[in-house]
Write a new protein. Structure first.
Length: 223
């Protein structure tokens, strides 16, 4: 989303950086999204000539090295090319608190965007998880940003509030629900993005907030 240079990767990469990957060596995943949103931003709308709608195919590989260490990669079609994410994390537990420290690099082919690099910090207990990420954007001039998100989960439902800081602005609220359907993960999310993250304008041409519904279907498997 080139609107103010916030093309920031995948929900999958974020979730893997925020929690321990299940033990079991190498795993793969494939999926499709009705629209590609990440952190309240419509990624497809960043592509030149795109109206911000259309399904997005994606897939990735994850490897559990043991002792809480995991690495992986994730790819998605962003119309003008491919998004290629590389990430790793160390996860552990102290008393009732789960934590992880990770790194994510968001890279793009073609002319879609420049590289983003982040340090991801997460801590959670019970149904509550807090993420704090510190990132840099390899633009000219370079930009630094922060991202803070609070997520509450209950069963298959979740609610997230996320906000950007430093050189980036904007916040969003996401409400979602996921379930297993014949061995596949089906999820739906309602996302409200404020005017700083939205690609919408009112009748006077001023930025305005937007609410979007996104449905995704994915499958994970051992390799």
């Amino acid at each position: 989303m080139k609107k103010h240079s916030l093309v920031l990767g995948s929900v999958l990469a974020a979730s893997l950086a925020s929690s321990a990957v299940m033990a079991g060596g190498l795993t793969g995943n494939v999926g499709i999204m009705s629209d590609y949103f990440f952190r309240g931003i419509d990624q497809d709308a960043s592509a030149s000539g795109s109206d911000g709608s259309g399904a997005t195919a994606n897939g990735g590989l994850d490897y559990d090295l043991g002792n809480g260490i995991s690495i992986g990669t994730w790819l998605a079609d962003v119309n003008d090319g491919l998004e290629i994410d590389l990430y790793g994390a160390y996860s552990g537990k102290v008393n009732q608190f789960d934590y992880s420290v990770g790194f994510t690099s968001y890279n793009y082919t073609g002319e879609f965007d420049d590289t983003y690099n982040e340090i991801n910090l997460n801590v959670g207990t019970g149904p509550v998880n807090l993420e704090y990420s510190i990132g840099s954007y390899d633009s000219t001039p370079s930009q630094d940003y922060t991202f803070l998100a609070l997520t509450f989960t209950q069963g298959g439902a979740y609610a997230t509030y996320g906000t950007f800081g430093n050189d980036f602005d904007g916040s969003y609220i996401e409400l979602g629900y996921g379930m297993d359907v014949s061995g596949m993960d089906l999820s739906a999310a309602l996302i409200n993005s404020d005017k700083d993250l939205s690609n919408q304008v009112d009748s006077n041409g001023n930025p305005t907030s937007e609410t979007s519904l996104v449905v995704s279907l994915s499958k994970s498997f051992d390799l």
